[in-house]
Write a protein that binds this ligand. Sequence first.
Ligand SMILES: Nc1ncnc2c1ncn2[C@@H]1O[C@H](COP(=O)(O)OP(=O)(O)OP(=O)(O)O)[C@@H](O)[C@H]1O
Ligand SMILES: [Mg+2]
Length: 243
Amino acid sequence: MINAQNLSFVYGGSFKAVDNLSFHIKKGEIVGFAGPNGAGKTTVIKMLTGVLKPATGNAVINGFDIVKNPLEAKNSFAYVADNPDVLLQLTGLEYINFIADVYKIDSKERADRVIDLADRFGMTDSLKLPMREYSHGMRQKLMIIAALTHNPPAWILDEPMTGLDPAAAYELKNLMKEHAAKGNCVLFSTHVLEVAEKLCDHILIINHGQELYQGTVEELETAHPGKDLENIFLDMIDYSKRD
Ligand SMILES: Nc1ncnc2c1ncn2[C@@H]1O[C@H](COP(=O)(O)OP(=O)(O)OP(=O)(O)O)[C@@H](O)[C@H]1O
Ligand SMILES: [Mg+2]
C-alpha cells in the first residue's frame, strides 16, 4: 500500500539526509518510524507525501506514484505534518472545511466524520474558536481531525502523539487500530518507543538517513534477549559513543 524504493534526498546540493531507503507497508499494517532527531524521518515522510521530490527512487501510495500521479496518490493518503501551527487565523471548523473542500468530501460524510472525531478528541466546543487561541495540543488534535476527515486508505502521520494528553493519545491509537483492522495502513513517526512497541506490527528505524532495522518488534526483541525496545534502540544508534 505504501511502497518506497531507493529513496534518497540531498539538502543544499551536498548533505545527504536520506540515503537509499526502501520499505513496503502492506494492507492492515501499523508501522512505527523511529530514529534520533535529525535522522531523516520527516524528510522521508515529505518525499512520500509529495512535499519534497526524491533525488533518487520513488514512492508509490495505493498504486500511484507520488511524482507521476500526484493527484491520485494524494487522494490515497491522509497526512499530518510535524508542525500544527498553520493558518492560525482560521477557526478550527474553517480549517477542517478548507481541507475537506480540497479533498471534495461531501457535506454529509464530512459532518458525520467531524462530529465523531471532534467528540473523540474533546474538541467539539473549541471548533468555533480561532486556532491562534488553541494550546499546542489542541492545534495538534485539530490537525489530526482535519487530516482524518478525509478517510483514505493510507495514513501518514509525522509525530502525531506530540503534545497530546493521555486521553487524546489513547483515542488516536484506537483510531489507528480501527483503520488498520479495516484493511488500511498507518505509518507514523514517533520518539515514544513504548507506543511503537505496543501498537506496531512493524517498525522502521533509521539513523543518518540510512536503515538500521525494519521488521517486527518481536523479532528484534528476540534477537536481543533481556532488552526492551528502548535499550535496543540506544545500542543501535550507538548512544554511548555519540559525539
Ligand atoms: N530545509 C532543510 N535544509 C537543510 N537541511 C535540512 C532541512 N531540513 C532538514 N534538514 C536536515 O536533514 C536531516 C534530517 O532532518 P529531518 O527533519 O528529516 O529529521 P527527523 O528524523 O525528522 O528529526 P526529528 O526527530 O528531530 O523530527 C537533519 O540533519 C536536518 O538538519
Ligand atoms: Mg521530524
